[in-house]
Design a protein around this ligand. Sequence first.
Ligand code: B12
Ligand code: SF4
Ligand code: SF4
Length: 344
Amino acid sequence: MNRLASEIKSTALNMGYEKCGIIKISAMSGYEEKLNERVKRMPETKQFYEKFYRFAHLQDAYPWAKSIVICISEYGKYHVPENLQGLIGKAYLFDSRRDEQSKELQNSLKFEEYMQGMGLKTEAERKFGVTALRWAATKAGLGVARRNNFFYTESGSWIHLEAWLIDKELELIEIPTVKACSEHCNRCVKSCPTASLAQPYTMNPASCISFLTTFGGRDLSHEKCNGQIGGWVYGCDVCQDVCPMNKNRWSGTEEFPALEELSEHISLEKILRMDYAFLEQVIQAKFWYINKEDVWKWKVNAINAMVNNYKEQYKEYIVGACNDSHAKVREMAQWAIKKMNLLV
Ligand code: B12
Ligand code: SF4
Ligand code: SF4
């Protein structure tokens, strides 16, 4: 094993990463095939996945890049506030990508500084990844990609992946020790509420709840699977929660910075009465997939979740939302009143 490669790995592990591997840039070419397969199985995803081909052709944008360092950190160690369970996807509760208070972002910056200190040129894209992270982690042998598409290590799928391009040809590949999915298991596919995960290793982003509650779903009252979104307001964890390979993989023993305090401000009712300044300044800073101009979407998502799991106590909130300052929220509240027959 190259000495620099093993030093990079041991530094990453000492900084708190669960895993670290290094692959040559050429190992990303197989990702193109996976994209082609996805589009072939689901032609409607062609436009969505067009921009991802650049992940397989990194040298077009980074001619100097030779290898990829891929690191994994576990977030299943964090405690999930009970009232946010089933409302907000867990990856977003413990999202360290832009959160300066998080240990993980601090470690990531320190690790990058260390690599640069070793004379390496580096490039990272902390928000959405500089390359296809699951493919890179698969090629580095850090774990396995399962039928729900998620990448698993010994910590289950409750992990965050990160990568850096570097300008030196290095390689450090492990042999994964986690078991494959059992032959007849199909639980993730069967459980997907919107059938976005239509077959193993296949999903349609446009009908995934995670997309519909964040980047997409801007006309939720007309969205054909709005009923299947259930109680989710931001993200979705169903195909991971049901997986037997995630059983007992959430320890939840540590507190994530500032989450407990924030969680006290969040419930379906509180979202509907939430001040727009609070949504823009506090909620948007943490859950940044919905941008500032679109924070009305939180209220629309909350109304949809109320309709899907209706309780009498929601009526006054839905009726109150008919006077919201945003037309999209008023429209959604009217839709809910009609749908639930909440005549006033
Ligand atoms: C685009 C994207 C999305 C989109 C579309 C999702 C998608 N699956 O394409 C949306 C916005 C919907 C989304 C949502 C979420 N995302 Co996202 N997303 C990404 C992103 C940026 C690219 C994914 C991509 O390349 N898709 C294209 C497909 C073709 O590639 P793939 O997903 O990697 O699929 C692989 C496997 O299917 C495997 N494969 C395919 N066929 C076969 C066959 C066999 C036999 C084998 C062995 C393997 C195999 O190879 C593929 C290529 O690597 C990555 C970050 C990154 N840069 O990689 C995060 C990422 C995948 N997302 C992540 C997370 C956590 C989520 C959410 C759970 C958040 C939430 N709680 O709501 C949801 C889950 C939705 C879902 N079911 O996927 C994590 C997943 C971590 C993990 N353990 O795998 C990632 C890796 C981000 C990160 N930094 O950690 N996401
Ligand atoms: S995240 Fe939810 S909606 Fe998306 S594929 Fe998984 S179960 Fe289906
Ligand atoms: S639910 Fe079953 S098939 Fe799906 S990823 Fe988990 S073990 Fe594999």
